[in-house]
Design a binder for this molecule. Structure first.
Ligand SMILES: Nc1ncnc2c1ncn2[C@@H]1O[C@H](COP(=O)(O)OP(=O)(O)OP(=O)(O)O)[C@@H](O)[C@H]1O
Ligand SMILES: [Mg+2]
Length: 223
């Protein structure tokens, strides 16, 4: 399965989602590779800060050749997760035309929601070549109990793609994971952010009957 994390809007959480979704799937013993398609090399830098084993291999392919490269990787790995750059439509488009799933992280901010029309256009173009592409919106950096959070949820319903049930909340520990060069699942497997990424992984890749991974069950207060 090829999962592409895309949104031309900068800073909406593409890399955070790609790295931590890959980490959650790896914790479930899935065979995952993370592709850094961003010339900024954020996922690669994240991995390079790791002092202990990073849970998934990371390869850098920051060129509009992902329609060739991702299907080749998908022959070797069960899940190929691609982190795409802001802007740079050609690179993102080359990933979307071969993807099974596109995940569009959105922040609860009017500026992000207004610029969401760009990704809708890009996905619609990719669908012409890839009609089975399934796109999901993901609310990221939600702050519990805010008007912005509630109104953004309503605004996201206006988009022509469904919204994932899992929401990723704004949390300092999640932002800090990069300092450790680790995924949130490695840093704190039972923390609320870990549970959210675990839930996201289950929403996208439902549990198989023979799946044996011990799931984090406790819910901890926010950190
Ligand atoms: N849920 C969250 N809670 C706290 N911080 C977050 C969250 N999501 C993202 N961030 C922070 O927001 C910043 C931007 O996130 P990230 O780099 O993942 O976005 P991006 O879409 O990949 O950006 P770019 O478009 O530049 O590639 C980072 O500092 C990240 O740590
Ligand atoms: Mg990024």
């Amino acid at each position: 399965m090829i999962i592409v994390i895309a949104n031309q809007k900068g800073g909406c959480g593409k890399t955070t989602t790609a790295v931590n979704l890959a980490g959650a799937l790896a914790a479930r013993k899935k065979d995952v590779i993370l592709v850094d398609a961003d010339p900024q090399g954020s996922a690669l830098k994240w991995r390079s800060l790791s002092v202990k084993d990073f849970p998934v291999p990371v390869v850098s392919i920051p060129k509009p050749v992902l329609d060739q490269e991702l299907p080749q990787l998908a022959r070797k790995y069960d899940y190929v997760i691609a982190d795409t750059p802001p802007g740079m439509e050609e690179i993102t488009r080359s990933a979307l035309v071969c993807a099974n799933l596109a995940i569009v992280p959105m922040q609860p901010s009017p500026l992000d929601l207004w610029s969401g029309t760009d990704i809708v256009t890009l996905i619609r173009r990719a669908e012409l070549l890839n009609p089975t592409l399934k796109t999901w919106l993901l609310l990221n950096r939600k702050i519990q109990g805010t008007r912005l959070g509630r109104e953004s949820l309503e605004a996201l319903k206006e988009f022509p793609f469904p919204l994932l049930k899992t929401e990723i909340h704004q949390r300092v520990l999640l932002a800090e994971t990069i300092l450790h060069g680790q995924t949130i699942t490695q840093v704190s497997p039972d923390c609320p952010s870990s549970l959210e990424f675990f839930a996201l992984s289950l929403e996208l890749v439902p549990e198989e009957k023979n799946e044996t991974t011990a799931k984090p069950e406790r819910d901890h207060p926010d950190r």
